[in-house]
Write a protein that binds this ligand. Sequence first.
Ligand code: OOG
Ligand code: MG
Length: 267
Amino acid sequence: MNEPKGNLTQSQIEELAIHLENAELQAFEVTKITDDFPSMTYQDAFDIQWEIRRRKEARGNKIVGMKMGLTSWAKMSQMGVEHPCYGFLADYFAIPDGGEVKHDELIHPKIEAELAFVTKAPLKGPGCHIGDVLGATDFVMPAVEVIDSRYKDFKFDLKSVIADNSSSSRFITGGRMADVADLDLKNLGVVMEVNGEVVATGAGAAVLGHPAASVAMLANMLGERGEAIPAGTFIMIGAITAAVQVNKGDSFCVRYQDLGTLTGKFV
Ligand code: OOG
Ligand code: MG
């Protein structure tokens, strides 16, 4: 992903950002953008994502966190993409624990069992490692992400998904916060239930061998753009299991070892 240069012009970046953001805001699917722009680079893809972020902030939305994606083999093999990606979380993505997710506002949502780290000190790559992350973590808490690729049939390549803010759309957090010293993060078990049936299970080590490695990778990827993770940032580490498709009317419950449960309903 170390391609320092872009092949798209600034006006193409802006047009693609508008195109993908409209698909998000109006919940319609589009063809993956690399079909029409095969020469675009990773730099272009991140420039599009950052332009979507700039547009939201200019409109008054707040950025309330970051997410890593495609950090487990379960997810990478499900999506056919072999490198993690990151995205940002906007204020209106947040749904309280036990809350309702409006299915009509989304295209073809799926849910993911994740964990979130909240930092108390800044993290900056390159060279950020698990030890740096544990030292800079204020607390860990459970999180469920609702992803919703804007691409037709949820099919994409890495550049297209990065431009589409890594499929970010909603997230639920709550449960119990805990100090990293009190958790066995690699063995931490999660059980995901939809309509009372277990649909997926996993443990923290599914994410890059250790959940904190995902936060370190975020710092290192952001460092390539000269960006850092400020203190007080909420960061989701990526799905521990494969994502599960949900329909209107479905309710979910994710049980986290030592961290309580998160629930919600698609209405
Ligand atoms: C890309 C985003 C993946 C995760 O936790 O792995 C993601 C996608 O699969 O649509 O959020
Ligand atoms: Mg995710």
